[in-house]
Design a protein around this ligand. Sequence first.
Ligand code: F6R
Length: 236
Amino acid sequence: MKYIVTENYEQLSALAADIIAAQVIMKPNCVLGLATGSSPVGTYRELVKKYEAGRLDFSAVRSVNLDEYVGLKGDHPQSYRFFMQDNLFNHVNIKPENTFVPCGIAANLGAECAAYDARVEAFGGIDLQLLGIGVDGHVGFNEPDEVFAKGTHVVDLLESTIQANARFFASENDVPRQALSMGIATIMKAKKILLVANGEQKREVIEQAVNGPITPKLPASVLQLHPDVTIIFSKK
Ligand code: F6R
């Protein structure tokens, strides 16, 4: 595991974007696993800058996102599809048909999850998976639990997650109660993993994930078992 501490969020974002850009340059038709949330926003901004400068070509890239709220359509401003369009997809030349986010309004959520994993398999797996981390150690929507979740699955959101995400919705009642999320096994099968975390409030969980026991009670701790993980942390 590589653990890099940067001075600030700008440096974190620039470094993360350099790593993703290297992946795209080395393998133009790579499969990128992508995350939403506040942590990767700067990374996406830097990737857009590289694209605009003519230094990156996404035309053959395929992307699979980690998660999506159940019940939100892709045009809902709080849906993760909307976030991806807004922060990355609308600004680079990735083909819309090559971008995948779990469909939170699928009639059969179980079938959607199975089809999502089958697609990742059919792509030959994820080349590089970008992750954020929650203060409780969650990755994707894999919340602290008694066992590690395997494939893409339906998650009942914890009260703490609902409260943490309420700031993005008109009221706490509007926060979806469920989400679809790649499982830990889906994430762990990625060839490379890049986790970005910033802010003093993430320091303790990063320390636990890197040096603490490997336990589903802190889902990110499983990354210690992966052969190619880079964590970039910035306290600001
Ligand atoms: C987002 C996701 C979540 C976030 C995590 C951290 O797709 O899967 O696990 O990465 O909640 O969120 P931020 O970056 O907003 O602190």
